[in-house]
Write a protein that binds this ligand. Structure first.
Ligand code: FE2
Length: 179
């Protein structure tokens, strides 16, 4: 957390933030022996997002994202920078862009494996769909975002039409706080 806070020094540009936070994330997910059991519990129906740390000034938040078998997140955006590190299992991630007749995939489906680190932001690409790559086991990734992501107003996109629906993700382990 100290490393992320340091990366957010006054006037820090996104590229510099990504450099430092990605390095810290690479170290964090390089070992899978630190996540407390209460932050790794899957839900039988829904992915779970557990708050691990929230900066006192809401400048960033750290979550564990726990996927049950075959669970997926609809196409969505973040509206803020994020660094994702694969801790356990594996995820598929597909980037999208908005087109006149719906959502178009951008590039190939990526498969994240333990130790892999990915980035998202409105400047480098912020819309994607993510799913557990496994149909028989739990996968867990760790996400750092440049705000309290559980409170952020975001969008889910209908794949066929591109129509958006607002959502606020909240946290599985913290009550929703109105903004
Ligand atoms: Fe995402």
């Amino acid at each position: 957390m100290n490393e992320v806070a340091a990366a957010l020094g006054e006037g820090a540009q996104e590229a510099a933030i990504f450099g430092r936070v990605s390095a810290a994330m690479t170290e964090l997910v390089g070992q899978d022996d630190w996540l407390p059991p209460e932050f790794e519990k899957p839900h039988p129906e829904f992915y779970q997002q557990y708050l691990l740390h929230r900066d006192s000034q809401d400048r960033f938040s750290v979550v564990s994202f726990v996927w049950g078998p075959v669970q997926k997140f609809p196409i969505h955006d973040h509206n803020v920078w994020g660094v994702i590190g694969m801790l356990r299992g594996s995820e598929y991630a597909q980037s999208y862009r908005c087109a006149e007749d719906g959502m178009r995939p951008e590039g190939l489906v990526e498969r994240l494996l333990p130790g892999h680190v990915e980035k998202v932001s409105p400047t480098i690409g912020d819309i994607h769909q993510v799913s557990n790559a496994y149909d028989d086991r739990v996968s867990i990734s760790i996400h750092v975002h440049g705000t309290d992501i559980g409170k952020r107003k975001r969008h889910a996109f209908d794949p066929a039409t591109g129509v958006t629906k607002d959502f606020v993700s909240g946290y599985a382990n913290a009550p929703h706080e109105a903004t």
